[in-house]
Ligand binder design. Sequence first.
Ligand SMILES: N[C@@H](CCC(=O)N[C@@H](CS)C(=O)NCC(=O)O)C(=O)O
Length: 205
Amino acid sequence: MHTLYFIPGACSLATQAILNELNQESTLVHKLEADHFETLNPAGTVPVLVDGDKVLNEGVAIILHLLNKHKNNLIAESGDARHQAIENMLFANATMHPAYGRLFFAQANVNDAAARQQVFDSAAVAINKLWQVVEAKLEHMPYLGGHDISPADILLAVYSRWGDFFPVDIVLGPRSRQMVDAVLRRDSMQLALQREEAYSAGAAA
Ligand SMILES: N[C@@H](CCC(=O)N[C@@H](CS)C(=O)NCC(=O)O)C(=O)O
């Protein structure tokens, strides 16, 4: 049994989708409802996963922990294909995620509207450039992992939803759009979204 600390729509959504892909049960706890969240993750970020007596931080490390533990078709067991899958996960988590992070940072910290829009626009240029990198990676295959979905596809699909919160034009190429839509339609993601919604509805009731 796992406990996943989350924020609705945040990158913890990818962790939950992966738990669902692996048919692993999880209890969700909103970060703001956790007792002393900083003892679970001093950095203050989600996802945090508690798996038995282990407290795990950092999205990619959490996903690798789950993939090592549970048999799956999401990542190759060894060799170049595994290396490529990890590289793609880090491209998503350490390159694309921070690029979107600039939008959230500007929203929270730049008070002057014109200056804020300028930061939004520059961030969007950088994000669009990275989506072009994804588009190139998908030239010969539907997913970053090849014919089948991989963890990096799930991470990128979650981040792709964040552009909607800001007055920016984030442009995904047609192959990236197709990949993202396929990931968002999957049962694992639909269930994750429904559980986040149900949690929020329960909290509001
Ligand atoms: N590299 C970290 C990034 C985590 C991160 O930035 N999470 C964001 C949400 S996507 C967060 O928790 N921000 C703090 C907050 O919103 O309270 C990871 O993958 O775990």
